[in-house]
Design a protein around this ligand. Structure first.
Ligand code: PHE
Length: 493
């Protein structure tokens, strides 16, 4: 404000401020403040400002040092004893290496000292002209041409461009800035002020604040992309709108024995109310019981006593494969009544596991699952479909490792080479559903199902470069992440 008053006030009685730098010094103001005010007043046409540039001589870092501590030649001279002499080595120890080197040559040139193995003074007294000249420059004084040249040659001074303004009154000049109103208020209207008020002009090129709108969570963006990949591959989406599932569909229908550790409450969230399911397809339950207990279809089964109470227990589904088992059962029923129709199904939804939470695990996450049900499918088909699916996600290099699932045989873990991390990362699990799962549903022997599953979080974290899952999902997520993150493009082919 001080600078503004000073400039407008000065122009009331003077035609011009010829040099903003000089003006700042004379008024005891900082030149930067003066420049900022000039720019603003010029923008509102209170003043007209013209650029001025000046070359000024300033000291280099080396010049500044000598201005403070004296020139190297004088430092060297003073280090030589008044009487007698000093050896080169001794003298060198007393001085900074650069000062010694330059000092020697300049003091010898000035004939101040006698050089040799022993160094002695040739004169009694010297004056530090170089230091004096440097101080004069620091003080803003002008030097003669020869002095200027010699300091420049020794790289003790350099030219610096200085920018400032010359200023005159502008078309809108006033000794004080007028306050302009930005809004027409109720008070203006009631009090009649509106008649006299000057309103600020509209600035049509100003950027408005970005509109607040809804934002999709990164998981939803990736989910949508993956759904599109499945749709392009002609897969139908399975209805996954049930978090609560019975143990029967989640485990038993999948030939997962009732003593399996995953069925323990340490791994699975069981429901207290309602603790059990109301209804299961009784004929099918009977077939499942039989295959667990004694096998069939070329299998020996598990040879234990299968308990209905165990199958009735409600839980939060631990995988979306529970939905796949329901869908396949329905498909087999349809095949029995009418005819078999091959199907390609997918789902992406939430699952729950009673796990210790850490940087890569949460107790709830999302699973992506795909399956193909047709006659005569082989492991080759599974590998082919996986290559197709994952390459559409931008993962071309895949490796497979034999694995075990109670409901698939053979089973394969899927690894993809991550170019960024420069290593193979596990991205999913897959297999061919066992006859012990498919035959009790009612499928004929020649029908096979190939299937795979992966988490939605894993690829999302890789795509968005997030390395703690709690930064992606849950109550600690920064809303900024959701607002700012761009659409992530998975290479859909
Ligand atoms: N259900 C498996 C899991 O939770 C994934 C999977 C799906 C494996 C289909 C094989 C076949 O990890």
């Amino acid at each position: 404000m001080m600078a503004e008053e000073a400039i407008l006030g000065y122009l009331e009685n003077h035609d011009e401020i010829s040099d903003s730098g000089q003006f700042a010094t004379d008024s005891g103001l900082d030149h930067n403040d003066v420049v900022n005010v000039i720019k603003s007043l010029h923008g509102f046409r209170y003043i007209d400002a013209q650029d001025i540039k000046k070359e000024t001589l300033v000291l280099t870092e080396e010049g500044k040092k000598y201005a403070e501590k004296g020139s190297p030649e004088v430092q060297l001279f003073l280090a030589v004893p008044q009487e007698g002499s000093i050896s080169k080595e001794e003298l060198q120890k007393l001085l900074d290496p650069a000062v010694y080197k330059i000092g020697c040559s300049q003091a010898a040139k000035n004939k101040w000292v006698q050089m040799g193995n022993q160094i002695s003074r040739k004169v009694q007294h010297v004056e530090d002209r170089v230091k004096d000249l440097l101080l004069q420059i620091q003080d803003g004084q002008e030097l003669g041409k020869d002095d200027n040249n010699s300091l420049k040659a020794r790289k003790l001074t350099a030219l610096q461009t200085w920018k400032g303004y010359s200023v005159k009154r502008g078309p809108e000049y006033a000794p004080r800035r007028r306050r302009t109103a930005t809004d027409l208020t109720r008070e203006h209207l009631q009090g009649g002020d509106w008649r006299n008020i000057e309103f600020k002009e509209y600035n049509f090129s100003a950027k408005g604040p970005p509109p607040e709108s809804g934002h999709l969570h990164p998981l939803n963006k990736v989910k949508e992309r993956i759904k599109n990949i499945f749709r392009l591959m002609n897969f139908e989406e399975m209805p996954t709108n049930r978090y609560v599932e019975s143990s029967f569909w989640n485990f038993d229908a999948l030939f997962q024995p009732q003593q399996h550790p995953a069925r323990d409450s340490h791994d699975t969230f069981f429901l207290k109310a309602p603790a059990t399911t109301k209804q299961l397809p009784e004929d099918y339950v009977e077939m499942v019981k039989r295959v667990h207990e004694s096998g069939g279809y070329g299998s020996r089964g598990y040879g234990y006593e299968w308990k209905r109470e165990e199958a009735n227990k409600n839980l939060l589904r631990t995988h979306t494969t529970a939905i796949s088992s329901r869908m396949l059962y329905a498909l087999a029923q349809h095949a029995k009544q009418q005819s078999f129709t091959p199907k390609k199904y997918f789902s992406i939804d939430r699952v729950f596991r009673n796990e210790a939470v850490d940087r890569t695990h949460l107790a709830e996450f999302h699973q992506i699952e795909g399956l193909v049900c047709d006659r005569g499918l082989t492991l080759g088909h599974l590998i082919g479909v996986l290559q197709d699916f994952f390459s559409r996600l931008g993962m071309d290099k895949l490796k497979f490792k034999p694995a075990y699932n109670p409901y698939t045989e053979p089973s394969m873990e899927i690894f993809s080479y991550h170019e960024g991390l420069k290593k193979w990362v596990e991205i999913g699990n897959s297999g061919m559903f066992r006859p012990e799962m498919l035959r009790p549903m009612g499928f004929s022997e020649d029908v096979n199902v190939i299937a795979w599953g992966l988490s939605l979080e894993r690829p999302t974290m890789i795509l968005y470069g997030i390395n703690n899952i709690r930064d992606l999902f849950g109550h600690k997520v920064d809303l900024g992440l959701i607002k700012k993150n761009p659409l992530c493009l998975i290479g859909i082919k």
